[in-house]
Design a protein around this ligand. Structure first.
Ligand code: EPU
Length: 302
């Protein structure tokens, strides 16, 4: 989708929204798949309600993009524009055991910055790609750590109420790869409360998690991490592996040889290839185990 109306473009400029035309989502996602559209970058949180009101008024549909690490986007000319927070100068501000973090901050960099300030707890999240906002929205977790455990406050744009609100941690429910935020809420800032630990102690934990991850996941390849959530009490990766599906592919969309719940773009995979692979594997798991695997990856397909 391309915004051509000069009135909309003038209003966007007035809101200090930076607009890039014909941006390829293949370049903004870790899977390296996706069509083209306009990208609107927000510099000031305060301009969000007016921006979304403007888009609604002109019937321009939109999607919010975080870091693009857990996302599969359809190909072609996309029927929506993409809205993203610009990176701020100060991503993290620390005060005692609290870290105030911008949602556009890189998750790994945030964990490292806190570690250098002797705040730990999030060692397990070190290799999880993406932004803090994306991690928050789906309660990202690894190696026994979930970001939700440390959340004390979240500043969020509530799409339904069309305003920015600050919620206390106890007003949000954080479950396995799920939160009580509405799908169109936009994470803006989070206050985390983290346990004090020495930097060397945190570094030890970080190194251990990095080693485990390197040993079991296809890190250098284009992927969106785990494709399916684990079913209660089970492991999607183990089930897919047991069915002998490592290396199974549709075009260049391929079940990783290293971890069967990672599907990689091994070349020029299209969104259709990846969706066909996901559907096919889900079907086989359903037939063999009677388990309906739920997507962990977010799919923008309309
Ligand atoms: N397994 C296999 N074959 C495989 C993959 C895994 O047999 O191809 C077995 C493993 O041997 C192990 C079990 O399945 O016994 C679980 O595997 P693993 O420890 O790799 O963890 P996982 O449940 O597959 C989860 C998260 C990962 C996270 C790791 C580490 C989900 C869907 N995945 O994977 O998160 O990094 O634990 O804590 O919850 C993600 O969210 O994108 C993600 C990669």
């Amino acid at each position: 989708m391309r915004i051509e109306d000069p009135n909309i473009l003038a209003e966007l400029a007035g809101l200090q929204i930076e607009r890039q035309a014909d941006v390829s989502l293949a370049e903004l996602t870790y899977l390296g798949i996706g069509g083209t559209t306009d990208l609107l970058r927000i510099r000031k949180h305060e301009s969000i309600p007016a921006l979304l009101e403007l888009l609604d008024r002109h019937a321009v549909t939109h999607e919010f993009l975080g870091g693009g690490s857990n996302l599969l986007v359809i190909d072609g000319d996309l029927p929506f524009v993409v809205v993203q927070l610009a990176k701020p100068e100060n991503e993290v501000v620390i005060e005692g055991n609290f870290a105030q973090v911008d949602a556009a901050a890189d998750l790994g960099r945030m964990v490292t910055y806190c570690a250098k300030n002797n705040l730990g707890g999030m060692e397990g999240l070190i290799g999880v790609p993406g932004t803090v906002g994306g991690a928050l929205r789906m309660n990202a977790g690894a190696y026994g750590t979930q970001i939700g455990s440390y959340v004390r406050e979240v500043k969020v744009y509530r799409a339904k109420e069309r305003r920015i609100e600050t919620l206390r941690g106890d007003q949000i429910s954080f479950e396995y790869r799920h939160t009580s935020f509405a799908p169109d809420d936009m994470m803006l800032e989070v206050k985390l409360e983290l346990p004090s630990k020495t930097y060397p102690e945190i570094l030890k934990g970080i190194r251990l998690c990095n080693e485990k991850r390197r040993a079991s996941q296809p890190l250098g390849q284009k992927s969106a991490g785990c494709i399916f959530k684990n079913p209660p009490g089970g492991s999607a990766g183990r089930m897919i592996d047991e069915l002998g599906l490592k290396g199974f592919h549709v075009g260049d969309a391929r079940v990783s040889d290293r971890h069967a719940n990672f599907f990689v773009n091994a070349g020029q995979a299209s969104a259709a290839d990846m969706l066909a692979l996901i559907g096919n594997v889900r079907e086989r798991v359903q037939q063999a185990y009677g388990v309906n695997l739920e997507n962990e990856v977010v799919v923008w397909n309309a």
